[in-house]
Design a protein around this ligand. Structure first.
Ligand code: C5P
Length: 310
């Protein structure tokens, strides 16, 4: 007897990681409004999952979301995943007929590139669903058009980013590092933080230099968390702290709790603390919660792999 049940629509599920900038060095703003960067990215084991499901021709794009902060995610063309499907469809000459579902595991609007991970995962998922067969280099080129952090979400692991942060060179990192993150419900706009940076430093910010991260790169190669903690660096931190002074206390609590290093993550408002162990990360997170210095806390490890089909 043959089943009359309709076969499920083909779908592809892809996972992509969030990131931290172990170092973020920002040069003076250029004419296009962007800042030249030298940054050391490391992917963290907090992931976004994107499921791309085939729909009938002409149906177009749809987007649904679940996860702890799903209510804070736009479900229209302002979502980077939506734009990723459109950009890929245009590139391969098809129409973007696909149902996208995002399962959010990276803090929303926290400076950890969750939206960029969605975009990277969507590129990989739609490429597979539509049988486009683009190379990683082609996907990376499309990713850079979507946002400065999207190419790194494709690549994962550890990499030095230059240009806008989108030109990547993989870097070596030994072992596993333990992190605690304190997030806030109210996000911080990346352009606003860069704008504050411009007001604070104008065109006097010194040019960025990859050599300034030599110590950090050595700490990564050695797998030395103490040296890494001492080398963490974020040029956007003063601007983020001016916009959100309450983050100072979150940093101080982490330092008093023995964090090997603590900093604002990317453009914030997430605060990242490097811990000695998983237990130590949990203890720092518990203190943030007890002292009401975060709206949510997260513990994880780094590095993690880039976007891949599950
Ligand atoms: O590239 P992306 O869309 O992620 O950048 C968001 C905003 O962050 C930009 O509009 C710009 O204001 C700022 N930005 C910057 N310099 C960079 C990256 C981002 O000024 N290298």
């Amino acid at each position: 007897m043959t089943s009359l049940a309709a076969a499920p629509s083909p779908s592809v599920r892809v996972r992509a990681p969030g990131k931290i900038n172990l170092s973020l060095r920002v040069g003076p703003v250029e004419e296009d409004g962007y800042h030249p960067l030298v940054t050391v990215f490391q992917a963290v084991a907090l992931h976004e999952e994107v499921t791309a499901t085939e729909v009938a021709d002409g149906v177009g794009l749809s987007l649904t979301v679940d996860g702890p902060q799903a209510d804070r995610v736009p479900l229209d063309a302002s979502n980077l995943a939506w734009r990723a499907a459109e950009v890929l469809a245009e590139h391969v000459g098809t129409s973007p007929d696909v149902a996208l579902h995002l399962s959010k595991g990276v803090p929303v609007a926290g400076g950890m590139a969750g939206g960029s991970a969605d975009a990277a995962a969507t590129l990989v998922a739609c490429d597979a669903l539509w049988g486009a067969g683009l190379s990683r280099a082609e996907l990376s080129g499309l990713a850079a058009r979507l946002g400065s952090d999207v190419p790194f979400a494709l690549l994962g692991h550890t990499a030095v980013g230059t240009g806008r942060g989108h030109l990547l060179t993989p870097a070596m990192s030994r072992g596993e590092f333990h992190w605690a993150f304190a997030t806030r419900d109210e996000g911080l706009s990346t352009p606003a933080v860069y704008g504050r940076f411009d007001e604070m430093y104008g065109t006097t910010a010194p040019p960025v230099d990859v050599a300034d991260d030599n110590g950090l790169m050595q700490a990564l190669r050695a797998g030395d968390p103490t040296a890494l903690g001492a080398a963490l660096h974020n040029d956007l931190e003063p601007a983020a702290l001016e916009l959100r002074p309450e983050l100072e206390r979150t940093l101080e609590i982490a330092r008093n709790g023995g964090a090997l290093g603590a900093m604002v993550s990317g453009s914030g408002p997430t605060v990242a603390a490097l811990a000695r162990s998983r237990q130590h990360a949990l203890a720092i997170a518990a203190t943030w919660t007890a002292e009401d210095a975060a709206d949510a806390v997260w513990c994880t490890t780094a590095p993690a792999a880039g976007a891949r089909v599950l």
